[in-house]
Design a protein around this ligand. Structure first.
Ligand code: HEC
Ligand code: HEC
Ligand code: HEC
Ligand code: HEC
Ligand code: HEC
Length: 429
């Protein structure tokens, strides 16, 4: 592919406006659907997006395995449900679901999915409508490649309740709407994009006519890291670790109690405009690992889970502090699969809902107590998809067992704390 800047330089040198026009020929509808067509003029947006969960939403092996199992177990009744958000263009143009056979080449949450969206974010694109690609630029430079337009749904500063993200992140959207960040007061308002798409100076398009602007991050950093070889893998890993580092504020206090001591752990969701982990993901588990020592002797432990062992359903760990929205089937038993889910239940760290300290809802942190010692260590950990889910899909033959070795467990660096009696203070940090 020829670099766009190089192309327009070449055309200036030849001095033929005809050639320039030819280089910026309008992209056909099929080309607009294909992210590779955007790469020449939007190289940074493309690079960041290509490593994101959005780019692999349709080919994520866990997603594919779960969907295959769901279709089989429901005798096809699951239908195209999952595609609506994981592969919206295939969903809109589907020809036959059982075979997952669609005419769309580019799959997942593509540039087109987000940028051709207008109006009600929950409606499907009008396949016939003339297309402009929309984002937050009010004065986009004209290009021969595509029409551009400003859209409130994309603008992180827009005051309306709707955003392009809510089309799919529906549960998270509801959590956000109840949070302090959804306020119409622009001083404390933070939208999904406001937190997840950080701005930096740069070029919105790598063409000569484009001015320096504020451009926005397209890595869509969350928690899930591709379980196969995938572009930008290391960049995503580092970005996730960085984001998670300060997402939760942890305090560990060890207090004398009845001749011994108790450890008090407080977790505060300080940085997220939604619950943590967000309730949309029942296979996601966060938990507290706490170990208490007397001298070198371990006197108590909870949440000490090997990096290849499921945390959920652990026997002999009655103190386990699990943060997860579990799916329950109609008999009230836990299930991993959305098509069996009749209810959801579990503890999550709620987001801030008010900035008024006199409001009783101001304190939204959660506190738990554990047996203490003369040295106590703490860390909060997170599994994007826990091993009980992966193993169920491997056992049913839907998931390649090799996937297991690539699953990650994050440690939130800001929650790694150690209390020692010599410190002579009750709490760390
Ligand atoms: C030939 C170059 C070229 C190609 C190819 C191209 N664009 Fe653009 N695009 C531009 C230019 C130029 C702008 C305006 C940049 C500016 O104003 O700073 C732009 C702006 C945009 C905007 C912002 C619109 C707004 O008003 O906020 C979006 C979104 C966009 N492009 C998406 C895409 C997508 C998706 C593709 C691939 C299907 C694509 N572009 C292909 C040149 C191109
Ligand atoms: C309403 C939109 C929507 C629908 C419908 C949907 N999903 Fe998702 N799915 C999401 C979003 C958004 C996430 C990202 C999770 C989060 O919030 O962190 C996700 C995440 C996942 C993950 C976790 C991926 C990972 O590696 O972390 C799996 C697996 C998954 N979905 C499977 C399915 C299956 C199977 C179906 C159909 C039964 C389905 N989804 C239907 C929106 C949807
Ligand atoms: C068309 C549906 C769709 C839209 C629109 C959408 N997302 Fe997503 N998003 C998904 C799906 C599906 C996943 C999970 C993919 C997977 O892990 O397999 C996801 C994953 C993510 C993740 C990573 C989550 C994780 O668990 O690691 C973040 C962060 C995210 N989206 C943020 C956003 C933001 C911010 C917006 C709005 C600017 C947005 N999304 C718009 C469907 C969508
Ligand atoms: C006040 C800032 C803030 C706002 C507003 C916000 N988020 Fe987040 N979000 C975060 C932080 C911080 C994380 C944790 C870091 C990480 O997982 O990479 C996170 C994590 C996530 C995750 C993945 C991790 C999980 O919880 O399982 C998804 C998906 C997500 N956000 C989507 C959204 C969507 C969609 C919106 C809007 C409805 C939104 N966020 C609004 C800050 C925010
Ligand atoms: C999940 C939705 C989503 C996907 C997928 C996505 N974008 Fe965007 N993009 C946005 C949003 C939202 C903005 C506006 C950010 C703002 O102004 O707050 C944006 C802004 C832009 C802009 C304007 C400049 C800027 O950084 O603000 C360009 C150009 C662009 N995107 C190109 C692309 C290209 C090319 C792809 C695919 C390689 C892509 N986007 C994929 C949501 C998305």
């Amino acid at each position: 592919m020829i670099h766009a800047r190089a192309r327009s330089k070449a055309s200036a040198w030849v001095g033929s406006s005809l050639l320039l026009l030819a280089c910026e020929a309008p992209l056909s509808r099929a080309e607009l659907e294909d992210p590779a067509e955007c790469q020449s003029c939007h190289p940074e947006h493309y690079r960041e997006w290509s490593g994101s969960a959005h780019a692999y939403a349709a080919t994520n092996p866990v997603f594919e395995a779960m969907q295959a199992r769901g279709l089989r177990e429901t005798g096809g009744a699951l239908g195209e449900q999952c595609l609506e958000c994981h592969d919206p263009r295939a969903w809109a143009q589907r020809t036959g679901l059982e075979t997952y056979d669609t005419p769309v080449k580019a799959r997942g949450v593509t540039c087109f999915v987000c940028h051709a969206l207008k109006g009600d974010p929950r409606t499907v694109l009008d396949e016939e409508a003339p297309l402009a690609l929309s984002a937050g630029l009010v004065d986009p430079v004209e290009t021969g490649a595509h029409a551009s337009s400003y859209s409130e749904l994309h603008d992180r500063f827009a005051l309306g309740p709707a955003s392009v993200c809510e089309s799919c992140h529906r549960v998270t959207q509801e959590e956000w709407e109840a949070s302090v960040y959804a306020t119409p007061d622009p001083r404390s308002r933070l939208t999904c994009g406001g937190c997840h798409m950080g701005g930096r100076p740069g070029l919105a398009a790598d063409v000569d006519s484009a001015p320096l602007r504020r451009v926005h991050d397209h890595q869509f950093v969350g928690a899930s890291l591709a379980l196969e070889d995938w572009p930008e893998h290391e960049a995503q890993r580092q970005a996730i670790e960085r984001e998670l580092e300060s997402a939760v504020l942890a305090t560990l206090c060890v207090l004398p109690f009845g001749g011994g001591s108790i450890a008090q752990v407080t977790l505060d969701n300080v940085a997220m405009g939604h619950a943590w982990p967000t309730a949309s993901s029942p296979s996601r588990r966060a938990w507290v690992e706490l170990v208490a020592y007397e001298g070198d002797q371990v006197v108590f432990e909870t949440g000490r889970v090997a990096d290849d062992q499921a945390v959920d359903g652990r026997a002999g760990d009655p103190y386990l502090w699990l943060l997860s929205n579990r799916a329950l089937n109609s008999a009230g038993a836990p299930t991993h699969f959305p098509w069996e889910a009749a209810a959801y239940k579990g503890e999550l760290l709620p987001p801030s809902v008010t900035n008024d300290p006199k409001d009783p809802r101001f304190i939204h942190s959660l506190t738990r107590f554990f047996p203490g010692g003369d040295r106590v260590t703490l860390r909060v950990r997170l599994r994007p998809v826990d091993f009980d889910v992966l193993d169920a899909l491997i056992t049913s033959g839907d998931l390649d067992p090799k996937t297991r070795a690539r699953a990650v467990t994050w440690t939130l660096a800001g929650t790694v704390l150690e209390w020692r009696s010599e410190l002579n203070r009750a709490c760390v940090p």
